[in-house]
Design a protein around this ligand. Sequence first.
Ligand SMILES: Cc1cc2nc3c(=O)[nH]c(=O)nc-3n(C[C@H](O)[C@H](O)[C@H](O)COP(=O)(O)OP(=O)(O)OC[C@H]3O[C@@H](n4cnc5c(N)ncnc54)[C@H](O)[C@@H]3O)c2cc1C
Length: 399
Amino acid sequence: MNIDFSPEELEFQKEVRQFLDNKLPADLKEKTLNAIPLSKEDYLRWQKILHKQGWAGVNWPVEHGGTGWTPTQKYIWANECAVAGAPDVSAGGIKMVAPIIYTFGNEAQKQRFLPDILASDIWWCQGYSEANAGSDLASLKTTAVQDGDDYIVNGTKTWTTLGHYADWIFCLVRTGTPDEKNQKAISFLLIDMDNPSVTVSPIITIDGNHEVNEVHFDNVRVPIENRIGEEGKGWTYAKLLLTHERTNIAKVAISKSRLKTLKSLADKTCDHGDSLLDNSAFSQKVAEIEIELLATEYTELRALSSISTGEAPGPESSILKMKGTQVGQLIDELFVELAGYYGMPFIKKQFMSGFTGKTVGPNASVNSMPRYFNTRKSSIYAGSNEIQKNIICKTVLGL
Ligand SMILES: Cc1cc2nc3c(=O)[nH]c(=O)nc-3n(C[C@H](O)[C@H](O)[C@H](O)COP(=O)(O)OP(=O)(O)OC[C@H]3O[C@@H](n4cnc5c(N)ncnc54)[C@H](O)[C@@H]3O)c2cc1C
């Protein structure tokens, strides 16, 4: 595996750096680097800048307005964005539902939905999970019963990320008979949330944030033309989407950038007359994370290398999801250790954007605890890490 960039790739890296230097708004950079939650307007502002540049659809095929970048270019883009402090693109539309629509949707659906997704004119959220259908997703109970040209949808989705920002939701629903318990009874529906029979209720997480929701459907009429592909094939489409979701989830570039920041802050933090980075217990933890991160990065490069030779992402996506999120959480723990007692006060307004008062403790400490609590989620969502271990056992170890 040759991991040196070619002259063309180095030229591309230069172009990306220039773009980020010139176009990334300073306030968004500051919020991203300090883990301050972004508002809907923040996300949209950045996504529209990307769209203007023609770089919104990083993974999309060129014929639908995507960049057509090679896997290596995408890798360079992710790394440069992480270093520069560019916000992540909201996932539901551009990263999640769009690949399903351009892969399995019909022509009318592609024309109707893809341009608005690329331009970030419509916000999408993901409606898969239910109270008793998370890891065991196939046991979902939300029903879609055909009535003329429509389905009538009833049920409740949960943990819907940023559902309160969303205009549309893509859902897995049960279209088969109630006794048909298998995956063949599941279909993939696109549902307009601008309907009084769709209601969203907040779930406030342990960090005090409103990020996830429940979405309730009470006899919601959805045209059959909003179904992607065939009835009963939703599970097949959803599985493809999960591979996309997991490959993007390791966030190696972000972890590398955060680890660099952590080391620089620890170097400036006094610990019994020395710097915290010189504390052998602390520096050993840093070294262990660095080793894990390097190993994860090489797994990512291996995946990249096989994708660039035309192979599909395989079980690497599960390894990346698991290791990437573990490393991210270990870094969060060290940020808490760095903050020490300054991590203790829970002063909500100082965690939010627009706060101009004096913070308790140095700026870098302020968000360490909320972030630590918030990212407990990363080993649960997109398929919990235990489920990834099951997949690795079966597909890699043959157990
Ligand atoms: C912050 C956050 C955001 C999310 N956003 C969305 C979203 O936008 N849309 C959406 O549809 N869903 C979303 N989810 C839901 C997420 O996909 C589920 O939480 C996840 O699939 C786990 O399901 P569960 O919560 O029902 O836990 P359960 O499936 O009940 O699992 C409970 C525990 O048991 C373990 N477990 C379960 N089955 C097995 C097994 N077979 N072997 C070993 N261990 C097992 C799990 O690993 C976990 O530790 C989100 C979740 C979180 C936390």
